[in-house]
Design a protein around this ligand. Sequence first.
Ligand code: SAM
Length: 353
Amino acid sequence: VNETTAAAPAPAAGDRDADPSVVWSIVHGFTAYWTTVAALRLGVFDALAERPAAVADLAVEAEPDRLGVLLDALVGLGLVHRDADGSYSLGVEADAFLVSGRPRSMRDLLLWSPGPYDCWPALDDAVRHGEPASPVDADPSGSFYLRLVRATFPTQHAVASRVADALANGTDGPRSVLELGAGAAPWAIALLEAFPDARATVNDLPAVLPAAGEQADAHGVAGRVELRAGDYLAVSLEPRAYDVVVLAHVLRAEGDDRARELVGRAAHALAPGGRVVVADYFLDDDRRGPLNALLLGVTMVACTRRGRTFTLARCREWLRDAGLEVAEVTEPLPFQRVLIARAVPAPYERGAA
Ligand SMILES: C[S@@+](CC[C@H](N)C(=O)[O-])C[C@H]1O[C@@H](n2cnc3c(N)ncnc32)[C@H](O)[C@@H]1O
């Protein structure tokens, strides 16, 4: 567990002198975020990817004096280096994640993962009255989700590719995959790439599903994909039909009752011997971490009507109610936990195991 994922226990009042840097580091969470967003919008990372440069030579439209301040802060944040000759160059994370067109780009994720920006100054109202300023789950145009799922695709596709082997389940691999609330369908696409004989049914709301069609085309698997538009709690699903059913980053938007119902629908669609995959930012069972999931819980409160992050124990409960049990929990990339569940074996099968 590294420093950024652990939620350090707060020393009790009176244990030691109070440390003002704790408050400053919270203030600078805000400052660091907007510094990085501004650098991205100004094209700083793309320009430095072309070639290291001093402020005056950087191909960015800006006042050099102000740009220098921004660049020095990026050095402080560990995203950029200042070399001995005064020129700036990209650090390893900025190079991998913040330059346009990189396969693991997190540029759009940086912009959209906090949700609609106007939700944040109104967070206290959302806590007080239960209604966010612009709840993303009440937007029939799906415009926010459309941007978000294009942003999350590279990371989720990488996660899914790393989990594919575990889903072969001692066979040639799944033949039929169902991805519910698929967004741009990173899981279905990665599994179709890993298993050439498989076909996938990909579900999302009508306004968002075109993103899945675009990515399936781009990855050359569109011929094996059926796009099925509709509410995942209402859309028609064949019973006992799918070897793998994926619920990636959907349950935390739903709240307890609807998440339980959705897991039930996934289980109902599962073929004998099949697996349900849940990818999410799970809280530890004591809700003391990881910090990433604790803070994403607040993002859900700020930006959705029902959403919360949830513990692994709560998810096990939903699965148990649906007749499933957890077979494996992995973390293929930092922050990305994936749970693979299967039908609870009948008593005679348990005996044989
Ligand atoms: C956080 S995104 C996750 C997308 C994708 N599973 C991934 O991991 O990249 C949540 C997705 O759930 C979809 N969604 C939300 N409510 C839905 C509903 N009632 N029925 C179907 N999809 C829904 C959203 O449109 C969005 O694509």
